[in-house]
Design a protein around this ligand. Structure first.
Ligand code: PLP
Length: 359
């Protein structure tokens, strides 16, 4: 199974005969400020430790996550990006059949399939901002039995939070013993942390939350993800993970990132302001509809009279070296949707100008 991702600047630059640095990448949704200031110093300070294995228990990193979220260290498992956790979760939780709200991150289908888990998709609607309704969830669970339900919060690629009724449904159902287990992907929730469902964890034996440093801390290259879950679930996941999957630099970086209050504030201010500005700029282009979003990316639907997003993508890449994410590969969307990251003001302006020109 071939999963398509944004951010593939290495393959594209080789094809176009340019450097990856020449590409203005809106296809991966990463904090436009990059990693927190001072991180390079922290990493070089750890460089000599590369001659030893990393701490096999990830103690400093787990302590930092525990302190930041005010959650017991027993409730945390860390991995090589949240993707590694996603690959182990079906087996660690003993899930043979799961329900997923789609469209969503393509790796879920591959990860679950590789573990022999049947993953059934429940398609969400544009008018619900691509988040599931309680009626839809209830109907799917009545029709069939699932050991896990997987939701993305905020949704990817729409950026919408779960509706209040769906959140209440998650809270209620994750409290009940027995299945289904509720798995919530919150890798983008740092952009609206107050909405995190982590607040239900202490009352919910059937809830696990997938988190990541990748998006908010501008560090996809470091690979740091973590799971917040009841102690026995986190322990089960930790037992399945390979030793040393979080390297020494990533362990130190993760702990440092959580100490960066000023960077966090700047990021939140910047992304909120630029998201609004970019949404207004895109909406002003005839034939584009921008979905309301709470994270650092925007989903855009194109009028059918316009050329499809895959063609638009190549047009602006060839001309402007700007990369957007066409969404035809997301099951539940089609080639008249694209997604763009929220970046710095001048970069967003370049994107708007390139789209205006191409359309
Ligand atoms: C919704 C969602 N979940 C999880 C991931 C995996 O992120 P990482 O492995 O970098 O933590 C991604 C990456 O694009 C994503 O979009």
């Amino acid at each position: 199974m071939n999963v398509v991702h944004g951010g593939n600047i290495y393959e594209l630059s080789a094809r176009a005969g340019c450097s990856p640095d020449d590409i203005l990448d809106f296809s991966a949704s990463i904090n436009p400020l990059g990693p927190p200031p001072g991180l390079a110093h922290i990493l070089s300070g750890c460089f000599h430790r590369l001659a030893s294995y990393p701490d096999i228990h990830n103690k400093l990193l787990i302590e930092a996550i525990s302190k930041f979220h005010d959650i017991d260290p027993e409730c945390i498992a860390v991995g090589n990006g949240s993707t590694e956790l996603i690959y182990w979760l079906p087996r660690a939780l003993g899930v043979s059949k799961a329900l997923v709200a789609a469209p969503t991150f393509g790796e879920y289908a591959k990860a679950f399939e590789l573990q022999g888990t049947r993953l059934q998709k429940m398609f969400t609607a544009p008018e619900d901002h691509f988040q599931p309704l309680v009626e839809q969830l209830e109907a799917a669970l009545q029709k069939d039995s699932f050991e896990a339900v997987l939701l993305t919060h905020p949704a990817s690629p729409s950026g919408a939070l779960l509706a209040a009724e769906t959140i209440n449904w998650v809270a209620e159902n994750s409290r009940k013993s027995g299945r289904p287990f509720l798995l919530i992907d919150e890798v983008f929730i740092d952009f609206c942390e107050q909405a995190s469902l982590k607040r239900f964890l202490d009352r919910s034996p059937n809830l696990a939350i997938i988190r990541s440093f990748t998006k908010f801390y501008g560090s996809p290259g470091l690979r740091i993800g973590y799971l917040l879950a009841p102690p026995q679930v986190a322990a089960q996941v930790r037992r399945h993970l390979p030793p040393w999957s979080v390297n020494t630099l990533a362990q130190a970086a993760g702990a440092y990132c959580f100490s960066q209050d000023d960077y966090r504030r700047k990021t939140l201010d910047l992304v909120a302001k630029q998201r609004q500005r970019l949404a207004a700029g895109l909406s002003a282009i005839s034939g584009l509809k921008v979905f309301p979003a709470q994270a650092n990316y925007l989903l855009v639907r194109m009028d059918r009279s316009l050329p499809p997003a895959s063609r638009l993508k190549w047009d602006i890449f060839e001309r402007d070296r700007i990369l957007i994410r066409d969404c035809g590969s997301f099951e539940g969307l089609d080639d008249w949707y694209f997604r763009v990251a929220v970046r710095m003001e001048d970069q967003n302006d370049r994107l708007i100008a390139a789209l205006q020109h191409a359309l």
